[in-house]
Design a protein around this ligand. Sequence first.
Ligand code: NDP
Ligand code: GDR
Length: 373
Amino acid sequence: MTKKALITGITGQDGSYLAEFLLEKGYEVHGIKRRASMFNTQRIDHIYEDPHTDNARIILHYGDLTDSSNLTRVLSEVQPDEVYNLGAQSHVAVSFEAPEYTADVDAMGTLRLLEAIRFLGLDKRTRFYQASTSELYGLVQETPQRETTPFYPRSPYAVAKLYAYWITVNYREAYGIYACNGILFNHESPRRGETFVTRKITRGLSNIAQGLENCLYMGNIDALRDWGHAKDYVRMQWMMLQQDHPEDFVIATGIQYSVREFILWSAAELGITLRFEGEGVEEKAIVEAIAGDSAPAIKEGDVIVRIDPRYFRPAEVETLLGDPAKAKERLGWVPEITVQQMCAEMVAEDLRAAKRHRLLRENGLDLPVSIET
Ligand code: NDP
Ligand code: GDR
């Protein structure tokens, strides 16, 4: 029997990699996509199959985590073996601006899905994965952070995800649903949303190197994160649902770097040597050297990174470092892609896009560059 999976957030970074992974494993993949005024399926267009073809194995349903009637109907139609709840308002800074919406989607959305599974009598059939997050640790109480480390969330996003974490545990304990939390540390890829810090850096510096932008404006570049590659992390999401008993796992690399280091690696990939100068909001990054004509639009002495307090958060998570020992021991999971390899892959993709854009511009086919960050 072909297994069926339902993914909320299939149009997002993780949803797209997970859908690819499950299709390769032979699953029939169903996804919930939001109605938007423009196409929003760019990340999955390459795997999407025309529903008019016979035996299409990827099927999209309109829906929203704020709509229980919709979730109940889709679950009832699909009768999935596995549900991956990846849908969320996932931006920490935005959650300070839209706290109530973030709670509705990220906290209540999880409850709505679990309750629909229970209400429809799918509790013995359907396994449930909840996209939990290292943001739960917030103001860290122990380093490195593991499954037993106490939580201290620091944003409306993290508080909403705390509810989602515990309601997942509660439905497991109360109703015997196979439900688990993956407590995932930051993971990135060329498909990462443009306003998360790594992609903002690789895209921004690539655009600057090609003359499409002048300067990259950043927030707290001393923040420390444990970054992995989304491809490695979605494999683990699936592995967690294949165990005999449901359990929660931390997924991380166990290595930590600063945002500043990520800027330096990205610049180096573009052949640019940077020097940081100044302190606090006066800090800036100046071009010290350029390898050949690798960055044709800039010259030595240019300031290409500045600090803008607009990107500081009302409450910051300064440092996160995960301990993936349990995932390694119990499931044999280890990340295969290093953060430096990932950075090189992201810069290569963004540079390709920037060059294409520059070429169009030089030929009078100008397009505006979106710099909303
Ligand atoms: P993205 O922001 O790339 O994707 C989020 C997905 O959720 C998109 O498909 C989005 O749709 C969808 N979505 C947003 N709001 C709603 C809603 N109201 N109803 C239904 N769907 C909605 O996130 P990632 O792929 O990076 O992350 C996946 C999940 O993992 C998220 O829950 C995130 O909070 C969590 N997480 C992510 C980590 C990371 O480092 N990436 C680390 C730990 C946890 P649309 O495309 O239309 O916007
Ligand atoms: P995070 O990721 O908040 O950890 O949440 P993000 O990439 O947004 O920020 C990481 C760190 O970089 C600092 N920073 C900036 N961040 C952004 N976005 N833009 C900037 O200009 C900037 N300058 C510095 C931030 O302050 C922060 O310290 C991500 C999301 O994917 C969540 O959904 C997920 O749960 C967690 O990772 C784990």
